[in-house]
Design a protein around this ligand. Structure first.
Ligand code: AMP
Length: 415
């Protein structure tokens, strides 16, 4: 199978790494890719938001499967353009991707499907926002309705800050605060059959101890030793399958990756958000544990044949990923700094490796930072403690001027 992956972050590097290890994949391409992806795939400098260009590239290369990684091309209709050209594509239509692209739409789908989520109001004026904030009380949760790369949510006990965020967005969803630990559960679906993957947990705040601003994600681990038994089955029955069924009923079937961000509250499991694609950085740890070759799974989603797939096989061990971000991330990341120690960080036995996020290769062969999140250093082990130790050992070997990472990824879960 010839495969083209769209995107250029650590999630796409993880996808490309798994696909490159799949014996069924004869050719692997990525657009636009990054310096790390270029080591396992042929990269093409094509604008990932341009459906016509992506389709032309897929046609020119004669690929049998296009895998769309990030949300922005999905919401922009890139999967629709590729599908219209008769090429199998992993990723939902723009209409179905609204599940991520509009928080208000997601709330509407959940209400119709009876999916448990936080009570909420959609607000467009300061007066509406003030009323909603007072209805729920502190802590306040204010979400930009549109795509915001994981940074559109403000959770605060400061009413002025909550109001200011609402005023800065065109439309916001204000909702009740959900207590309890968070879980990311991915499922692969073809619009009917839903195949849950293994749960993971990510770390959204920039600093240790969940302090500092929200980011795209600073690290992740899987499995979750503390998760209640039967969690995956429960979420499949109460969240994933009803949502997929509701979207099919509306005439906008969702195929691709359905990501449920969940809070395990004292009153039961609640959906915090849906995403329409693999999460970054959770994908890095989930794919590190997936033993089933990836290409067939994604192709079965793209062609509506998931019901014929063998059950997925998983590594019993654990995986941890630690994100190295640029100085100034998330507000104003500095780019263009050289990264050293990449080869030294990798373990010869494959138990630790570096996935690139925002990097680019300079003409002199050096690798330079080119984004807010720069690297996602990933390791596996028999348990979380071992995976964690290997990941941090690898992180220590890498140098990036001003680089920052959290020191507490998977710490509590490993104890
Ligand atoms: P989201 O982009 O919707 O995943 O929100 C980003 C982060 O904000 C989540 O991972 C949570 O930590 C937090 N968050 C979002 N919604 C709520 C909520 N209703 N209650 C508490 N925390 C929330």
């Amino acid at each position: 199978m010839k495969v083209l992956v769209i995107g250029g972050g650590a999630r796409e590097h993880a996808l490309c790494r798994s696909l490159s290890q799949d014996p069924a994949v004869t050719e692997l391409h990525c657009a636009p890719g990054n310096a790390g992806i270029a080591q396992v795939a042929t990269v093409h400098p094509v604008d990932q938001l341009d459906g016509a260009r992506v389709t032309a590239l897929a046609r020119g290369l004669g690929v049998e499967l296009v895998v769309v990684g990030p949300e922005a091309p999905l919401v922009a209709g890139v999967a629709d353009a590729v599908r219209a050209a008769g090429i199998a594509v992993f990723g939902p239509s723009a209409e179905a991707a609204l599940l991520e692209g509009s928080k208000a739409f997601a709330k509407d789908v959940m209400a119709a499907a009876g999916v448990p989520t936080a009570r909420s109001y959609v607000c467009t004026t300061p007066a509406e926002a003030a009323e909603a904030l007072d209805a729920f009380g502190a802590p306040y949760v204010v979400k930009d309705d549109g795509l915001a790369a994981g940074k559109g949510v403000v959770v605060t006990s400061d009413r002025e800050e909550a109001l200011a965020h609402a005023a800065a967005c065109e439309q916001v969803v204000i909702e009740e605060y959900l207590d309890g630990p968070e879980v990311s559960l991915f499922a692969i679906t073809d619009g009917s059959t839903v195949l849950p993957l293994q749960p993971a947990q990510d770390f959204k705040r920039a600093l240790d101890g969940d302090q500092g601003p929200n980011t795209g994600g600073m690290g992740a681990y899987s499995p979750l030793p503390w998760a209640p038994e039967g969690l995956v089955e429960e979420v499949l029955a109460t969240v994933l399958q009803p949502t997929v069924d509701e979207l099919r009923r509306r005439g906008t079937p969702f195929s691709g990756l359905l990501y449920a961000g969940l809070a395990l509250t004292s009153r039961g499991t609640r959906v915090i958000e849906f995403n329409a694609r693999f999460g970054d950085p959770e994908t890095q740890v989930v794919l590190a544990r997936l033993r089933t070759p990836l290409a067939d799974v994604l192709h079965a989603s793209a062609t509506g044949t998931l019901d014929q797939l063998e059950p997925l096989r998983w590594d019993e061990g654990a995986a941890v990923t630690v994100v190295i971000a640029a100085e100034g991330y998330p507000a104003a990341p500095r780019t263009g700094d050289p990264i050293e120690g990449l080869a030294e960080a990798e373990a010869a036995d494959g138990t630790a490796y570096v996935l690139h996020a925002g990097t680019k290769a300079a003409e002199d062969g050096r690798v330079l930072s080119a984004g807010g999140r720069v690297l996602s250093v990933t390791a596996t082990g028999a348990g979380l403690a071992e995976a964690r130790e290997r990941a941090y050992r690898a992180v220590e070997r890498i140098s990036l001027a001003g680089g920052q990472h959290r020191g507490d990824i998977a710490l509590k879960a490993a104890q």
